[in-house]
Design a binder for this molecule. Sequence first.
Ligand code: GTP
Ligand code: MG
Length: 223
Amino acid sequence: MNAPATRHADPLVIRSMEFTGPMVTADGWRPPASLPEVAFAGRSNVGKSSLLNTLVRRKKMARVSHTPGRTRQINFFKINDQFTLADLPGYGYARVAKSRRAEWKPLIEGYLAGSRELRGVVLLLDARHEPTEDDLDMLEFLAELGAPTILVATKIDKLKRAARAERLTALARQTGMSEDQVIPFSSETGEGRNDLAQALVDLVSGASWRDEVSEAPPDEGGV
Ligand code: GTP
Ligand code: MG
């Protein structure tokens, strides 16, 4: 499709990037919540690290896996001293033992529920496949939280034109999102990079949805 209003300017020029550290447990260290945050979530092997690298136009900010399901921590990256990207561990990789599969929940859900500066979540789904139980769980959790959610359909280069349109429609239907909330993306071709960048910039420049839904923040005794 040829969109007439193609953007020529890069909506997100990366001027600086810094790894600020890992969060390993739900009550463990995390960077000071001084900048707006956007989290990236998705099933293991969905192409999350590749997407982050494409987004920031670096080859190796995030490590592309040869052994899926390895990363167990949340990695934080500070971009342009303006906002923070949180790379959540991939969930639900089939080959990881079941006892370990449930490990992602407390960390990921604890982070998402407790981060005051979180502005939204980018959820990655493999364009070729149906959403998994874990994907639907995550969507439900995000809906309960009220967090703005952007859906990205990854590895879109692997689909031919007809299948592509069909899968994008199906993904929107299966997730209850509208089709324009789904960004087709490929780390191979770079498709969708600027659309995602623009969506991120919009998210981090707005106020937190938490300010709108909760009038008085609970007194947490100052962490
Ligand atoms: P974990 O960190 O293990 O959970 O995986 P991940 O979600 O970070 O996925 P990663 O980016 O490591 O990619 C997994 C595999 O998919 C790698 O072999 C990538 O080269 C491949 N891949 C990722 N994105 C794309 C894409 O857009 N197109 C194609 N064709 N392959 C991709
Ligand atoms: Mg990864």
